[in-house]
Design a protein around this ligand. Structure first.
Ligand code: A2P
Length: 217
């Protein structure tokens, strides 16, 4: 019945404390602001606009959605494959409501999404579901590769896209594509991977407290 369907959340994940959400949002905004002004970015502007001469304000281009979090398992109230198994996992039950420290190691931007890559620890990987990388068709990337925080989506783009965009960049790296080194920024080194894919590898990872919990919506 409907009550049983409600007993599983929309998704499980790590939820950033509200005070650090603002800090992460500011960092991401600053990055977008700077990226916007770079000659290298302007050169590839058509990736974003479809027309070379048009301008784009990246801060307007991406819309922020809800509270910042790193999804572990998308359950869709139990309709997603493996949702029930995940919810019954020992680690999931044991760590539910616990505080963690997430390490954000990179920021990435594509014409569809902007996000932060999350580098999971061994303990955090205990809460990572079996197959989110494979579900996305990336069979050879290490577990946890998809871990990320969605910071914004372009119009008509769903947040699920952010993890797929990250996997795309990581797959290129794994295939040996170095990308085009653009410049050393204050936050780290910026690389272009073609087709509007930008990766900023942070010099110092951003560490942020986050609570492992679930969202019902
Ligand atoms: P993400 O984790 O990249 O931010 P929605 O609002 O679209 O229902 O999504 C709720 C959350 O679940 C979002 O955080 C979203 O993406 C994530 N999500 C949605 N669909 C999927 C999916 N099929 N696989 C993994 N995560 C998903």
């Amino acid at each position: 019945g409907p009550l049983e369907e409600m007993s599983l959340p929309l998704f499980f994940g790590w939820f950033l404390l509200s005070s650090v959400q603002d800090k992460v949002r500011c960092t991401s905004m600053d990055f977008l602001k700077t990226l916007d002004t770079l000659e290298a970015f302007k050169k590839h502007l058509s990736d974003f606009t479809g027309k070379a001469e048009k301008e784009v304000d990246l801060e307007q281009y991406f819309q922020a959605k809800g509270t910042l979090h790193c999804t572990t398992k998308f359950c869709d109230y139990g309709k997603a494959p493996g949702a029930k198994e995940y919810a019954q996992n020992t680690a999931v039950k044991e760590f539910y409501g616990s505080a963690f420290e997430l390490s954000l190691s990179a920021l990435f931007v594509t014409p569809r999404t902007v996000g932060a890559r999350v580098s999971l620890t061994e303990e955090q990987l205990l809460l990572w579901p079996a197959d989110p990388e494979e579900e996305a068709g990336s069979t050879s990337l290490p577990r946890g590769s998809r871990a990320h925080i969605t910071l914004g989506c372009a119009e008509h783009v769903e947040p699920v896209q952010t993890g797929l965009d990250l996997l795309e960049i990581l797959t290129l790296q794994q295939e040996g594509q170095q990308g085009e080194p653009i410049e050393e920024m204050e936050l780290g080194s910026l690389t272009y991977y073609g087709e509007g894919r930008w990766l900023l590898t942070l010099r110092e990872p951003i560490c942020t407290p986050a609570c492992f919990s679930s969202f019902y919506g």
